[in-house]
Design a protein around this ligand. Structure first.
Ligand SMILES: [Fe+2]
Ligand SMILES: [Fe+2]
Length: 375
């Protein structure tokens, strides 16, 4: 059946309602995961299917991946298929044509590979290409088994093609956004590792612990999801200024003399020089956190002797996470403390070194924090 004929099966009002509802649901989502989840949910609802795969083409990895496979009893998972494999998604992407199969196991184009991976028995199947504005295939929508166990009909084909047309622009933008975001975060992470690598061999663990703790604490302190993400990622750069500290101080295998300690404290000032004037939200947050994470609630910290709420809240959160993790780690000048002893220390310093409000949340969330150390 040709495209015109299929689309004519949907009347104008039906198309308009569908377009409006679907468009409303998927608009304003720049997280690819969320967007694909929503699209899969909508398709499942509109067409009534048991499984919905949205395969995205990744030419750099030479594969299709589907993060979302929604349907009754199916958990979120990620599936990878080779771009030139013997599967329906590849066949649709290569030919650019719809494939509609009423009895999958008796059709030579069908491979059981995906069923073996997912533990699901496909009976009927419908797959359409997902094209960008230039007409290039960027993915494939694949539906397996209708809820009512009937084969997919031409109305389903028309609907799925329409939904693919509506969704492709959003998917492409979200994928690009994700790529840029990932590139940004990777740069920040590598920079952070470079800064911390010189004095600690467990840098990655330290960074993973403090960013996870900052996330837990910020979330419970009522920050929005976007702010939590920002604080979590910005925390990675808290000691970026250490790149400017000389080796004989940074790598000294013993206690620093008072003069050496004064020089070590300068790392916050170097962080300031590196990050001051940053325009992006994440680096602006990293600036606040790195400059003020050694300030203390009672004003006895450094570099500026800030007191109480003069210290940015992001830095007050990081201070708790950073000190706790530093105590629990082996360093060239000390052995790791037991977790309970480090916990008691943080609690004992509420209201002097740390913001009591942050310590309260730390206490409540301690079971969750402990899980980070079980890994
Ligand atoms: Fe520091
Ligand atoms: Fe640190």
């Amino acid at each position: 059946m040709n495209d015109e004929k299929q689309n004519s099966i949907l009347d104008a009002q039906e198309k308009l309602n569908l377009l409006t509802e679907f468009g409303k649901q998927i608009a304003h989502h720049n997280s690819l995961d969320t967007l694909l989840g929503l699209i899969a949910q909508q398709i499942q609802k509109i067409i009534g299917v048991k499984r919905c795969f949205i395969f995205i083409k990744d030419e750099s990895r030479n594969e299709f991946w589907s993060k979302i496979a929604s349907g009754k009893g199916l958990k979120y998972s990620e599936i990878h298929l080779p771009l030139n494999g013997n599967n329906i998604a590849c066949a649709v992407a290569q030919s650019g044509h719809t494939i509609n199969i009423a009895d999958a196991y008796s059709d030579s184009r069908f491979s059981k590979e995906l069923d073996i991976i997912t533990g699901f028995k496909t009976t009927s199947l419908l797959a359409v290409p997902l094209r960008n504005k230039e007409g290039k295939v960027i993915g494939v929508f694949q539906l397996n088994n209708k809820e009512d166990n009937t084969p997919f009909n031409s109305r389903d084909e028309g609907l799925l093609k329409l939904l693919a047309t509506l969704a492709s622009g959003n998917i492409e933008i979200a994928a690009l956004y994700e790529e840029v975001k990932l590139a940004n975060l990777e740069t920040i992470y590598r920079l952070a590792v470079a800064a911390e690598y010189r004095d600690q061999h467990d840098t990655r663990t330290h960074l993973a612990h403090i960013s996870a703790m900052c996330e837990i604490l910020a979330k419970k302190l009522g920050f929005s999801a976007g702010e939590v993400e920002n604080i979590k990622n910005a925390s990675l750069l808290h000691d970026i200024g250490k790149v400017a500290i000389p080796d004989h101080i940074l790598l000294k295998p013993g206690k620093l003399t008072p003069q050496e300690y004064e020089l070590m404290k300068e790392h916050t000032k170097y962080s300031e020089k590196i990050l001051k004037g940053a325009k992006s939200k994440i680096l602006e947050t990293a600036y606040k956190m790195s400059v003020a994470h050694h300030e203390k609630w009672d004003g006895s910290g450094y570099p500026n002797g800030l007191k109480g709420e003069e210290i940015p809240i992001e830095a007050r959160i990081l201070a708790v996470a950073d000190v706790f993790d530093a105590l629990c780690m082996n360093r060239i000048y000390k052995r790791a403390w037991p977790l309970q002893k480090a916990y008691d220390y943080i609690v004992s310093k509420a209201g002097t070194d740390f913001d009591s409000k942050v310590v309260e949340v730390f206490k409540k969330e301690f079971p969750q924090i402990l899980k980070l150390y079980e890994k």
